[in-house]
Design a protein around this ligand. Sequence first.
Ligand code: PRP
Length: 198
Amino acid sequence: MPKREKAVQQSRRMPREQVRVLITGGRIQKRIQALAMEIRKDFPGESLHLVSVLKGGVFFLTDLARNIPGEVSFDFIAVSSYGQKTHSSGQVRLTRDLDSSIEGKTVIVVEDILDTGMTLQYLLRLFEQRKPKHLRVAVLLDKPERRIAAVHADYVGFSIPNEFVVGYGLDYAERYRNLPYVGVLLLGPGLKKKPAED
Ligand code: PRP
């Protein structure tokens, strides 16, 4: 086989992307079970209304909901960001509102990841105006190093370093959301870590 053809064939076979497991599916599920019990303990006998942010938070919401004993309902909201969320000027805009009112309800905002905090800051301001009975935040992953907005989560699954993570709802160009674990994305022929900031 000519050298050039062989090189092309080899480069085709070389993986361009790889995911290195950071948190296994088993650890995620165990942690969610513990978080669910902690939430129920904080609000015994109350009906809990879980509100998740599309799309990334969906897997966490469904697993959390299944593990909280007692009455649970849920709803979804969608937002998009103008400009770079890596700057404090990043603007968050509502693209899909909740189906029902949260007035008087015990609301748990469920997010896959707390990164700069811009999304959560926007949501908390919006929800506070709607007069819920209680407003709490549950995040599966927390990246404290990246925080811009002064927000915090009441329930945190895992605190992680500043790496670009995918899986369990988190995507790279809409891919990898369906992985049952969380992993670090490696890119390129040398498979280097993708920088966390886009
Ligand atoms: C991710 C995640 C959070 C937000 C957190 O959503 O689901 O909603 O970013 O980042 P922040 O703390 O910097 O605001 P993304 O915008 O990637 O949309 P997606 O859920 O549809 O993937």
